[in-house]
Ligand binder design. Structure first.
Ligand code: NAD
Length: 451
């Protein structure tokens, strides 16, 4: 069985459903394949209308979906409402993308007509994480889809499909609850695979898909740095870094995991004070309450990992500047935790710890800060805080990250632009925006010579 319970009230069982077998997953792909052929050869206007109707269905259930995300994954209510609004915008955007050009006409080398035309690769297998339980399934959802959600977000995926599937031909969108086994069954049956989740699972998915010779993209973890230069608006930088590190309990792939402060000891001490104050001003509590910005982490193991990492930081010679412990209350809560002074090979300096814990580092100048920022296997997002245009452009050029923000938090993405990371954070093509059309389709080059 796949069961999902609320991280705020662990006794609250949100859903329990049977895990999909490999045969059930394969059958879902067969049904989707049949539906996809008719869908792809039908009028573009009908596809646009169906996606617009799906957007209306999600918008009509906005409050209910936001409350479900709060309950199932502990997302603070304000962020959950934002995610639903984003999901509606994504559906409306793709409804219009249907009318984009799908090829180009070229001069023939001899006579006749020479053109390219994109056509869909087939039925996409989606394997998604729990932290954006509505927006990620939708931003990946090329219309013919079999979706394997994270077990922890099963109820969100099932409700989303109940709303969206009636707007589409029968079988075109299916949800197959399950975990790694069902995920591998999806990879075994899909025509194209899109994965979001951890580096370890993403690598396993990419290897399996590549062995079958199907296109795969894997968006994985981050260890995202924010560099703060002494000329920045330090108060604004501290507030933004705290929000990006601890909002939704640090459980975004783009959350800030390290802050590198450039300057002498005085600058470092000044920024440290502002950042600790900003972290302590974050409101921890029931994610259903409107002013709460830090809810629980997803489960007991995640909470224990944050606390154990903070304890290990101290054993390794580091200092906990704020947080470091779990409050004595129901639910998987842990205080926003800021650490400094760990050795360069400590987990906090190298690996993603998916929770509200962040490392403060110091650098003498921008070169040293960029070297520190880049000294991890990941390369998803990075931020730079400065008022100097030349410095910001220089840093943006040298940071090894798919997403670089200047005077803006590492977290947050624009759904109509290509999204993805560098190095260990991503495998394959970018997703979202126009990049999605390229990934889910293949180009045919067609020559028509005179008869
Ligand atoms: P996870 O890797 O544990 O699970 C992700 C999905 O993969 C789930 O549906 C899971 O059931 C499935 N899965 C696990 N092992 C598998 C296997 N061997 N074969 C096939 N499928 C498998 O990740 P999670 O805990 O759900 O999410 C948190 C992680 O996701 C973090 O590392 C976070 O950074 C990352 N993430 C990345 C992005 C991005 O766009 N780069 C966005 C959100 C989350």
């Amino acid at each position: 069985m796949i069961s999902s319970s609320s991280p705020t009230q662990p006794k609250d069982l949100v859903v329990e459903v049977p895990e999909s077998s490999a045969a059930e997953v394969a059958a879902a792909f067969e049904a989707a394949r049949t539906a996809q052929k008719a869908w792809a050869s039908g009028p573009a206007a009908a596809r646009a209308a169906a996606l617009a109707a799906a957007a209306d269905a999600v918008a009509g259930a906005a409050d209910e979906l936001a409350e479900l995300a709060v309950r199932e994954v502990g997302k603070p209510l304000g962020e959950a409402k934002g995610e639903v609004a984003r999901s509606v915008a994504i559906l409306r955007y793709y409804a219009q993308q249907v009318f984009d050009p799908i090829g180009a006409v070229h001069e023939p080398s001899a006579q006749g007509l020479l053109f390219t035309r994109r056509r869909p690769l087939g039925v996409a297998g989606m394997i998604t994480p729990w932290n954006f339980p509505l927006a990620i399934p939708l931003w990946k959802a090329a219309p013919a889809v079999v979706l394997k959600p994270a077990p922890e977000a099963t109820a969100c995926a099932l409700r989303l499909a109940e709303l969206v599937a009636p707007c589409l031909p029968d079988g075109l969108l299916a949800v197959v609850p399950g975990d790694a086994d069902a995920g591998q069954a999806v990879v075994a049956a899909a025509d194209v695979v899109s994965f979001t989740g951890s580096v370890a699972a993403g690598n396993a998915v990419a290897v399996a898909a590549t062995k079958r010779g199907v296109a795969v993209q894997a968006e994985m973890g981050g260890q995202n740095p924010a560099i703060v230069l002494p000329d920045a608006d330090l108060d604004a930088a501290a507030r933004q870094v705290a929000a990006a590190a601890f909002g939704f309990a640090g459980q975004k792939c783009t959350a800030t995991k390290r802050v590198v402060v450039v300057g002498d000891a005085e600058v470092a001490a000044d920024f440290r004070g502002r950042l600790v104050a900003a972290a302590e001003a974050m409101v921890v509590g029931d994610p259903a309450e409107a002013d709460v910005t830090v809810g629980p982490v997803i489960d007991e193991a995640a909470r224990d990992r944050v606390v154990a990492t903070a304890e290990d930081a101290v054993r390794s010679g580091g200092r906990v500047l704020t947080g470091g412990s779990a409050p004595d209350r129901d639910g998987w809560f842990v205080a926003p935790t800021l650490v400094e002074g760990v050795p360069a090979d400590h987990t906090l300096a190298c690996d993603e710890v998916f929770g509200p814990i962040c490392l403060l580092q110091a650098a003498a100048d921008l070169d040293e800060a960029i070297a520190l920022a880049n000294a991890v296997p990941h390369g998803l997002a990075a931020a730079v805080y400065t008022r100097d245009l030349a410095t910001s452009l220089d840093a943006a050029q040298r940071l090894e990250a798919g997403l670089v923000k200047v005077n803006a938090p590492t977290s947050g993405v624009d759904f109509y632009l290509p999204f993805g990371g560098e190095k260990a954070s991503s495998i394959g093509a970018r997703e979202q925006g126009k990049a999605a059309q390229e990934f889910y389709t293949t180009t045919h080059t067609i020559t028509v010579a005179p008869a």
